[in-house]
Design a protein around this ligand. Structure first.
Ligand SMILES: [Zn+2]
Length: 305
């Protein structure tokens, strides 16, 4: 390590002098804070804290730039904390000691209960014809927002449900991501279907020329009352409206909201492909040598900025 500090005679401000200075500073800093480093999820976040604290400690300038800093953490063999894929914020916060045992245990119980519920429904589904429909899209076709998920669900209900099954109960599952569920956009589509399946005027349903529109599906009204993220299940009924449960073992309750009737509400979300960034396009082009030739036209044809 001392070897790296040789060359102290370099002119101040030169890259090497900056490096040596930063290296010592970094060493000092990382020995004090090594344990805290693993709490950061992204390098930029860690770098921001590093820079702030370096400045407040000794006011020595210059502090390592971001690239040098990244090189230094690599050399020091410091790994950043990688959350498990799809780990929820609460589980992650608990690991970082920011959530109480009680809250975490309640969260775990809720999760186990949801899994039990799902396995019962899954068994029932497997006893049916077991067919599957997949919807997928790339970022040149649509983003990941509630409108896109609602469109997929509407398309599925319109095209995949046989007439004889229209009046049967249907159960939908999704993960906890609010764009996929527990939002008014998706709920309005499901409620619209529920109302329509009880009527004979299917055309009005299919062209969405008139819908009962809920602005919000929040079960509570004021601070401290339940939010959409507290909902465990929603039920769409043609006559009563939208019902919810905060826990699977509770009774259904009516959402405390009244819908407005909206005429001619359906709008085209996109009028053409969404351009991807130039940088991404350039990167994709550079990957062509490792992409099978048959797929090249797809990547080459992507609209980009
Ligand atoms: Zn969790």
């Amino acid at each position: 390590m001392a070897g790296l500090c040789e060359g102290g005679n370099e002119p101040p401000g030169s890259l090497k002098a900056t490096y040596n200075l930063s290296y010592n500073e970094f060493n000092l800093y990382s020995n004090f804070h090594r344990n805290r480093f693993s709490h950061y999820r992204v390098k930029s976040e860690l770098y921001r804290v590093f820079k702030e604290e370096c400045n407040s400690y000794n006011n020595i300038q210059p502090v390592a730039g971001r690239d040098l800093f990244v090189q230094l953490i690599k050399e020091h063999n410091i790994a950043l904390f990688k959350p498990k894929k799809d780990e929820c914020d609460l589980c992650l916060s608990y690991k970082l000691h920011n959530v109480s045992d009680d809250d975490y245990n309640a969260h775990q119980l809720k999760k186990e209960r949801a899994r039990r519920e799902k396995s019962v429904d899954k068994k029932e589904a497997e006893e049916g014809d077991g067919s599957v429909v997949c919807y997928f899209w790339h970022e040149g076709e649509g983003v990941l927002d509630a409108h896109v998920f609602a469109t997929c669900i509407a398309n599925f209900l319109d095209t995949e449900i046989k007439d004889c099954d229209k009046n049967k109960n249907k159960i939908f599952y999704s993960d906890g991501c609010c764009a996929q569920n527990r939002n008014a956009v998706v709920s309005n589509v499901l409620q619209h279907y529920s109302v329509a399946s009880g009527t004979t005027n299917m055309q009005k349903y299919l062209d969405y020329s008139e819908i009962q529109y809920y602005k919000s599906i929040r079960p509570g009204n004021t601070v401290g009352e339940p939010c959409v993220t507290d909902i465990s299940a929603l039920k769409y009924t043609p006559n009563v409206g939208i019902l919810y449960k905060l826990n699977f073992d509770n009774d259904w309750k009516l959402i405390p909201r009244r819908p407005n009737t909206i005429i001619g509400s359906e709008k085209q979300l996109y009028t053409g492909p969404i351009p991807i960034s130039t940088q991404k396009y350039v990167d994709l082009m550079s990957l062509r040598p490792v992409i099978p030739r048959d797929y090249h036209p797809f990547y080459e044809g992507l609209l980009h900025k």
